[in-house]
Design a protein around this ligand. Structure first.
Ligand SMILES: Cc1cc2nc3c(=O)[nH]c(=O)nc-3n(C[C@H](O)[C@H](O)[C@H](O)COP(=O)(O)OP(=O)(O)OC[C@H]3O[C@@H](n4cnc5c(N)ncnc54)[C@H](O)[C@@H]3O)c2cc1C
Length: 404
């Protein structure tokens, strides 16, 4: 059986940052990815996938998943720097978010802020420690319950593509050092997925796409994997897959951890991206829109990386509410156009963890069980949802494996 030092299952940001670090330390690394592309939640829809390379707009892309990375994502940027691609980062223009009212008018977040309530709550709220409190409790205490209901609650739901009220407050807004050599907010040519492709291109690890790992077993020499292209073996294993997939793969090797992971809740949202001629919609340039009591959590635009002739909008719809035609009609009404104006349309289902307040403690208990295992769990259910949180977890867990 083909055997390597380390197999990494999943080529999202967690898996690719882990792969870069293990390979840098001289390990022979194999990354297995079920999909035909890298990126996972980072999915840049490129028009040249569906129109001829020389047609107008073939250079256009739109994010159907994650859209913005920051210069506080140190471990991600270090991996990119090691590939010599830091200079390729594409700065995102500074732009705000607007709320969408029921009549489709847009208004600034400040219009929803009750200043008196905020001024009254802030001195007490700011002192409270975050651990053990939910987002609704901590941020409601910070700016007042009314401000949470009208402003922060919908804004956080827009960022997380799900209601954020029960999230652990300690997972949001952690201060991290910034890499000054990188733009504050950035993407990459071809979209954020291009950044992950840059990590994989010509790397000193091997990546096999369209390879699904279905089962893992263990003996004294290491791990054996059943994959869609045959069995493989490794001495160390890194699972960089969503939590429900990790629970399935761990069932035989660490059954108690697998049972614990099975209880971690997940959420989903339905992205629908539309591309239209820039001249069609009069909507002002904006980074995104926030829905309140609407069928969508948020809208993410291409405006911070403007294109000469096209504009693109990805609506992140609440799951199971609207069919495709109703979604297109809702998008058209927000943008003030008709569905016939859309040149290209593409959908994508996104899935994310939905951690509760006790979540960080549960992860800490799992980490204790993994201390001496030649197996690491990395991903967005362990340390925070952001790309930077995933990269950070990948860095700490690869350091643990390398030290074993
Ligand atoms: C709509 C949306 C918007 C977001 N916006 C932002 C943002 O702007 N900024 C930000 O910082 N974060 C954002 N996030 C969060 C962030 O993108 C994700 O948390 C992060 O990318 C997750 O990376 P990951 O590698 O841990 O997991 P994933 O990206 O889920 O990757 C897991 C990979 O494992 C593969 N896989 C699964 N099972 C198997 C198997 N059995 N065999 C082989 N391969 C398998 C999958 O195909 C996938 O490629 C957003 C997320 C979503 C959904």
């Amino acid at each position: 059986m083909e055997t390597v030092d380390c197999i990494i299952v999943g080529a999202g940001v967690s898996g690719l940052v882990a792969a870069a670090r293990m390979a840098q330390a001289g390990r022979r690394v194999l990354v297995l990815e079920a999909a035909p592309r890298v990126g996972g939640c980072i999915y840049s829809w490129r028009l040249n996938d569906e129109i001829k390379a020389n047609e107008a707009g073939a250079d256009f892309w739109l994010e159907l998943g994650a859209h913005t990375a920051y210069n506080s994502y140190s471990q991600l940027l270090e991996a990119l720097q090691a590939r010599g691609r830091l200079d390729d980062l594409l700065p995102r223009e500074k732009m705000g978010y607007s709320f969408v009212a029921a009549d489709n008018t847009l208004h600034s977040p400040l219009k929803r802020l009750n200043f008196f309530q905020a001024a009254f709550s802030l001195p007490f709220g700011i002192r409270k420690p975050k651990p053990g409190l939910s987002v609704a409790e901590w941020f409601g205490g910070l700016l007042g319950r009314g401000n949470y209901r009208n402003l922060l609650g919908p804004a956080f739901a827009a960022v997380l593509s799900q209601p954020a009220d029960s999230f652990p407050a300690e997972w949001l807004f952690r201060r991290k050092p910034r890499m000054q050599a990188a733009p504050r907010k950035y993407t990459f040519p071809g979209g954020l997925q291009g950044l992950l492709e840059a990590l994989a291109e010509g790397a000193d690890f091997e990546l096999r796409k369209q390879t699904v790992v279905s089962a893992v077993s263990r003996d004294a020499t290491g791990y054996q994997l059943q994959t869609s292209s045959g069995p493989l073996a490794c001495r160390q294993l890194i699972l960089a897959v969503p939590v429900d997939a990790a629970a399935v793969l761990l069932a035989d090797v660490l059954p108690d951890v697998a049972r614990e992971l099975q209880t971690f809740p997940m959420s989903s949202s339905e992205a629908l991206g539309v591309v239209l001629p820039a001249s069609k919609t009069r909507i002002t340039a904006v980074a995104g829109l926030i829905g309140v009591d609407d069928d969508f959590f948020s809208v993410v635009t291409r405006d911070p990386v403007p294109h000469a002739t096209l504009r693109g909008f990805t609506f992140h719809f609440k799951p199971g509410r609207l069919g495709q035609d109703a979604k297109l009609a809702r998008i058209a009404s927000v943008l003030g156009v008709t569905p016939a104006d859309f040149l290209h349309v593409r959908g994508n289902i996104n899935r994310l963890p939905s951690p509760g307040v006790e979540h960080p403690k549960r992860v800490a208990a799992i980490d204790v069980k993994l201390t001496r295992e030649p197996l690491a769990l990395v991903g967005n259910y362990l340390n925070g949802l952001s790309i930077g949180d995933c990269a950070e977890r990948a860095a700490t867990e690869t350091a643990r494996l390398l030290a074993l």
